[in-house]
Design a protein around this ligand. Structure first.
Ligand code: ADP
Ligand code: MG
Length: 260
């Protein structure tokens, strides 16, 4: 049993994501070595933060984990499949069916209802329309917005918009959700409520990797992978103040704030 399979004393869960000796050099002039040999695995049901200062390689790493870009060397496996061994079509299907993305900028279609925004996210997952609507409503209800399914994003606050984007990522029941600075456009307390939502989704069984430059956000997560200059400099578990830890160890350091 590998060390990576043990989280909080719970026996090994299969790895959803394996990043093995990955490097990435952008062929710019001069070339930029954004990742210099990165290895880690994420087990099913984990909530992990990748944290590091601006320019340390976090977004590059997210693109590789999300099959949006290819490593210069090394291997990325999603649910046991080596992405490099797939055709472009197979990679596109893997991405659509197994990976949910959340970005700082939300990327919602402003003229469409929340339900259509979330339903559209399932377009390529090989699911019929009636079932897509059902999954979309379930996902909106998981983020507390089922009652607003007919509203337009323009009628929502920033925090509510990000909840819609999270519902869209969640709806296809992906193997893993990848979030790049998901609280970057939100005020402090709204950001905290989004983190509380990620914690609640983990409790429901989701696997989530959250990228942030904010150490106070990372500290709240059950696992923190710290990157600096394209390398992992620390990978720690168990000291976070998140929901799972707070159940065992008293109240969280940061109280989740909930906005209506
Ligand atoms: P972070 O998300 O941690 O801020 P990035 O992954 O965006 O870091 O960038 C890591 C390094 O790679 C930085 O030096 C950045 O300037 C460089 N970089 C990112 N994208 C490209 C690109 N398309 N071409 C050349 N250099 C890039
Ligand atoms: Mg970035």
């Amino acid at each position: 049993m590998s060390i990576d399979g043990i989280a909080n004393g719970i026996p090994a869960a299969p790895a959803v994501l394996e990043v093995d000796s990955v490097t990435k050099t952008y062929p710019s002039q001069p070339p930029v070595m954004a990742l210099r040999g990165v290895s880690f695995t994420v087990a099913r049901g984990e909530l992990a933060a990748i944290v590091g200062p601006s320019g340390s390689g976090k977004t590059t790493l997210l693109h590789l984990m999300g099959t949006l870009d290819k490593p210069t060397s090394g291997t990325v496996r999603i649910a046991g499949t080596d992405v490099a061994e797939l055709t472009d079509r197979e990679v596109a299907f893997l991405r659509a069916s197994r990976i949910g993305f959340v970005f700082q900028q939300f990327f919602l279609a402003e003229h469409k209802s929340l339900l259509d925004n979330v339903t559209d996210g399932l377009m390529y997952a090989g699911v019929r329309l009636a079932r897509r609507r059902e999954l979309a409503l379930d996902a909106l209800s998981a983020v507390g917005l089922a009652g607003r399914a007919g509203a337009r994003p323009t009628q929502l606050s920033g925090g509510q918009r990000q909840r819609v984007a999270i519902a869209r990522a969640l709806a296809g029941e992906p193997a893993i959700i990848l979030a790049d600075e998901p609280t970057g456009n939100l005020d402090q307390s709204t950001g905290q409520s989004i983190l509380a939502l990620f914690e609640a989704l983990q409790q429901r069984g989701s696997t989530i990797v959250l990228i942030t430059h904010d150490i106070s956000i990372a500290r709240r997560m059950p696992r923190r992978i710290e990157v600096l200059d394209g390398r992992i400099v620390a990978d720690t578990r168990g000291e976070g103040a998140g929901v799972a830890d707070s159940l065992a160890a008293g109240p969280p350091i940061v109280q989740p704030a909930e906005h209506p």
